[in-house]
Each structure stands twice: as C-alpha cells, then as structure tokens.
Design a protein around this ligand. Structure first.
Ligand code: NAI
Ligand code: MG
Length: 372
C-alpha cells in the first residue's frame, strides 16, 4: 500500500492541463502515493445539479491531502439556465465547490506564498518574498446572501439598524444583502497561523490587513483579536494597514512587508496583487489547510479559452505540489521540486506563452522533471 492517499481533482478547463503537468513531476520525484480521481466542477453541476458531488466529499474524508486544478463558476441565473432539462425548476442553487470545500472541511488557512524567482521576466521587482495568510471560511464568503430581501429580514433590520432606514423604500427585489460574518475564533486562528509561520521560518513582521475604521464591527473584531494574538509573539514585529492603502504601499515598496494576514475577501484581493508582482496567475500557488485535510491548488481559474490546449503555465500548480510535499512532511522532496522549478525559470530555455515563450504546459513540466 502506498504511504499517502491523494485526491486528484482536475475540475474544469485548464485545471486538467495543469494537473497533467503536476503528475509528471510527482512521478519523477517518486512520491509514494496513490492518486484517486474525484469529480468536481461545472459538468457535474450541469448534469447532476451538484458541482461538488457527495462521492467527492466522501473521497476527501479518506485522503491525506488533495490537489485541485480549477473549476468554472457562473452567476446564479446563468448557472440555472445551463442545467439539463430534468433538473430545471427544482430550486437548485449553484455554489462554488471550492468555497464549499473550504467551509465543509474547515480549511481555515489559505496560505499563498508569493516569491519572485530569479530570471523570471515577469517579476515586478527582484527578490520579492511575501506570504499571505487569508482567512478561508467566513467573512463575505459565508454564503449568507439575499438577492431578494425577505420582508422579515428587512423588518428586523429597520428595527435594529439606523443606517438601514436609507434603504427602506427600495423595492425588495432591487435590494441585495451579502452578510460579512467574522468570528473571534476564526480571526484568532488565522492570525495565530500567520505568527506561528513567521516564528518557524524566521520572518520579521506580520501585517494585519483590514478596514476597521469603516467596517467597524467585523474588521474591528479581526484587528482587536489580531493585536491580542500578537502579544504572544513578542519577537515578531506587527503592524496593520487598511486594505486600500495596503494595495498602494505594496506596489510602492513590497520590501517593507513580509507576512500578511487578512479576512477572506481582503486576503483574496491582496494575494492576487502579490501574485502579480511575482509573475501573475501562472505563479500563484495556494494551500487550503485545516487540522485534518489540506487541498493545494493554483490560484488561477479554469481559463476556458485555453482549455485542453496545454498552453498555460504549470508553475503555479507545481509550486502547489511543493506546498503539499512540505505539508506531508516530505520537505526534502519539496525543496528539490522548488529548486528544479527555480532552475528552469532561471535558465529560460523552456517558457510558456505568458513568459514570452512558445512551449507547452507539459514541456515545462518535463523540463522541471529533468532536474529532479
Ligand atoms: P482565470 O484565472 O481562469 O484566467 C484569466 C486569464 O489569466 C486567462 O484567460 C489567461 O489569460 C490567464 N491565465 C490563467 N491561468 C494561467 C496560467 N496558468 N498560465 C498563464 N496564463 C494564465 O480567470 P477568469 O477567466 O476570470 O475565470 C475563468 C473561470 O474560472 C470562471 O468561471 C471563474 O469563476 C473560474 N475561477 C475559478 C477559480 C478556482 O477554481 N479556484 C479561481 C478563479 C476563477
Ligand atoms: Mg481569487
């Protein structure tokens, strides 16, 4: 029996292409693992009314880790329109399977390292090395949303919230509410994860990203909780910044920052910005980490226009594989994989289109495999 069971979730579009590339490097590095395919994504929504079928949820309960490609998501109404005729009108609601997976398995850490590798023509500046910790289960992604506000809700809000009066005459079907829900526990554990990472890897500073001056209740709770946690890590510097200002300062001087921690939405935004500074979507890797399970993925989506063309850059996914190896405790293999990817980036002989080359997804993976 293999040492590890890994769920293999290609999903839609280029998710398939980049996971084929991941398999090439994993086979070469000879991880002692069994890879078990799981169905996820748009096709399963269309045909079964569920983009994250129960059998895939069962699979994830019985693996050590998972590698996920990407899925296609569409707005609610467009999603309903694409259901097979037998499923239409049954009141099925499309929700992103990756968001559901994060919540269902309590994968509360979204870890996004953004490291610039030498020789990458897409680097914004040389030697950027930022790490984003994004809270992954709550905040505006809690899924508590109304695109027609029920009368009960609006009556309660009229009673309890003065500012809601400004919306009292808006027709119910022209009013939408998405709830931002943050907890002390959720805030505490993501900030703690960021500080523990900083301690383990000798990072100098953790920056708390928020908008507590305006979004007082939820971001206020996040910031206050973060300050309490920081006291337990006196050797690590802490500062905080508003999300809007943060985007400017990060561009102005990325070297002033080190580890960033943020609630879900701001973390999503800031990690795309950081990923762009080290090469863009082809380089953004991500780990969704809980106590029992971790799911590793490139941050990009399914890029339908490139699906099946084996054109896109597999490095984001290969770096996600490195993160998985580290998480499994296979750090020697993880380091070797990162060094091989860094070598191929530096030499620049094999490059996908985004890096100015004409090589395929699989060419890149095979070139990296040569150094393993
Ligand atoms: P996307 O990330 O799929 O692609 C946007 C563009 O970025 C592509 O057209 C391509 O030009 C470039 N790109 C993406 N990955 C690349 C790679 N590995 N190498 C080189 N270039 C790359 O975002 P888009 O087009 O906004 O969304 C497409 C679908 O993916 C949507 O249905 C969206 O909902 C979904 N999505 C899924 C995510 C996930 O599965 N975690 C994350 C983001 C979007
Ligand atoms: Mg994103």
């Amino acid at each position: 029996m293999a040492k590890y069971k890994i769920a293999w979730l290609p999903g839609d579009g280029i998710g398939v292409d980049v996971l084929d590339a991941a398999k090439i490097v994993l086979d070469k590095i000879a991880l002692d693992a069994e890879y078990i395919h799981g169905d996820i994504g748009w096709e399963f929504w269309r045909k079964e009314g569920d983009a994250f079928p129960a059998r895939t949820i069962e699979l994830l309960k019985n693996v050590d880790a998972a590698i996920f490609g990407a899925i296609t998501s569409k707005p609610v109404k467009a999603a309903e329109a694409e259901l097979v005729p037998e499923l239409k009108g049954k009141g099925l609601v499309y929700r992103s399977p990756i968001v559901r997976m994060r919540q269902l398995f309590d994968l509360y850490i979204c870890l996004r390292p953004c490291k610039g590798y030498a020789g990458n023509p897409l680097n914004f500046k040389e030697n950027i090395n930022l790490v984003v910790f994004r809270e992954n289960t709550e905040d505006l992604y809690a899924g508590v949303e109304f695109n027609t506000v029920p009368d009960e809700l609006s009556e309660v809000l009229m009673k309890l919230s003065k500012p809601f009066a400004a919306f009292k005459d808006v027709p119910r079907d022209q009013l939408a509410i998405s709830c931002k829900i943050n907890t002390k526990k959720g805030s505490e554990r993501i900030v703690r994860a960021a500080f523990e990472f900083a301690r383990k890897f000798n990072r100098k500073k953790v920056t708390i990203v928020h908008k507590a001056n305006v979004v007082r209740a939820t971001d206020g709770l996040f910031l206050e909780t973060a300050k309490e946690v920081a006291k337990q890590f006196p050797e690590i510097a802490m500062d905080d910044a508003n999300i809007d200002a943060m985007t400017m300062w990060l561009l102005k001087n990325p070297f002033n920052y080190d580890v960033l921690v943020a609630p879900n939405l701001y973390g999503d935004i800031i990690s795309d910005l950081c990923a762009q500074m080290v090469g863009g979507l082809g380089f953004g890797c991500s780990g969704n980490i809980g106590e029992k399970l971790a799911v590793f993925e490139p941050t990009h989506g399914s890029a339908p226009k490139y699906a099946g063309q084996y054109k896109v850059n597999p490095i984001a996914t290969i770096l996600a594989v490195k993160m998985m190896l580290d998480w499994l405790g296979e750090t020697e293999k993880g380091n070797r994989l990162e060094a091989a990817a860094a070598q191929v980036i530096k030499e620049g002989n094999v490059r996908t289109y985004d890096m100015g080359g004409a090589n395929t997804t699989l060419d890149m993976a095979k070139e990296i495999a040569k150094y393993l």
